[in-house]
Design a protein around this ligand. Structure first.
Ligand code: NAP
Length: 235
């Protein structure tokens, strides 16, 4: 790879929005590290993109497992010594209970573990690889379901996890203000994936548009924001 080729890491990328984000970033000439918790599924996904002629490498990464995150950060440090783009995409929607008064603590813990602790630990492990060359674009894939401005009822554990993820975005972005590391959250809309279901209104291509836009923002672009359809979106 050439020295100025950008490197991107996408979590939860064996399918859905993560997979399509890898494809779109690689199509722009970016070297993409496609990661997934299941090595088998992730390798198959990476091979599919490699067969399209794209520069995609596979590595295992379970964002709910701190040792998997450490191993991955060591790999990135050793192999590349830097990182340009991080898309914290991996997420779960485990709610089967729609009432917050009946929701199960274990479901909340498992959801938070992946949707908040995951991006929190992955950011701690990988943002230092952006600081070394003062360039970084971090995209946290949140959801309108976590919007406090429009908070409704239903799937409470998922909603709370995404609100917390937005807090992580804002705190991290504020802490890095004045650097060339831009940190933003995105709501992809309701997208036809295994999570979004067949009735969703958007294709994966439409769903990743703002993710890819935020991942490739020019210097001086927005940071500490929440976006949908490339426009600021109320927290
Ligand atoms: P998806 O098709 O269900 O994909 C979710 C991905 O996350 C899968 O690859 C899954 O891996 C992975 N994942 C789950 N837990 C993980 C872990 N511990 N470590 C690593 N990867 C893990 O869902 P999607 O619609 O593409 O969702 C992607 C993101 O968009 C999520 O954060 C979701 O909350 C958000 N979002 C989606 C929608 C929508 O309408 N689809 C709307 C708003 C926000 P496995 O295949 O191994 O399960």
């Amino acid at each position: 790879m050439s020295e100025d080729q950008k490197i991107a890491v996408v979590t939860g990328a064996n399918k859905g929005l993560g997979f399509e984000t890898c494809r779109q970033l690689a199509k722009q000439g970016i070297k993409v590290i496609l990661t997934s918790r299941s090595e088998e599924k992730g390798k198959a996904a990476a091979e599919k993109l490699q067969a399209e002629g794209l520069d995609v490498t596979y590595h295992q990464l379970d964002v709910s497992n701190p040792s998997s995150i450490s191993l991955f950060a060591e790999f990135m440090q050793h192999e590349f010594g830097k990182l340009d783009i991080l898309v914290n995409n991996a997420g779960v929607w485990l709610d089967t209970e729609s009432s917050v008064l009946k929701a199960n603590l274990e479901t909340l813990q498992k959801t938070i573990e992946t949707n908040l602790y995951g991006p929190f630990l992955v950011s701690q492990a990988l943002i230092p690889l952006m600081k070394v060359h003062n360039y970084g674009r971090v995209v946290n894939v949140a959801s309108g379901a976590g919007q406090l401005a429009e908070m409704q009822t239903g799937y409470p554990t998922y909603r709370m996890s995404k609100t917390a993820l937005n807090a992580l975005t804002k705190i991290t972005g504020n802490e890095l203000a004045g650097t060339n590391i831009l940190v933003n959250s995105v709501c992809p809309g309701w997208v036809k994936t295994d999570m979004g279901g067949a009735n969703a209104t958007r294709t994966v291509e439409q769903g990743v548009d703002t993710i890819v836009w935020l991942a490739t923002l020019p210097d001086g672009g927005p940071t500490s924001g929440f976006f949908r359809d490339r426009q600021p979106f109320a927290w």
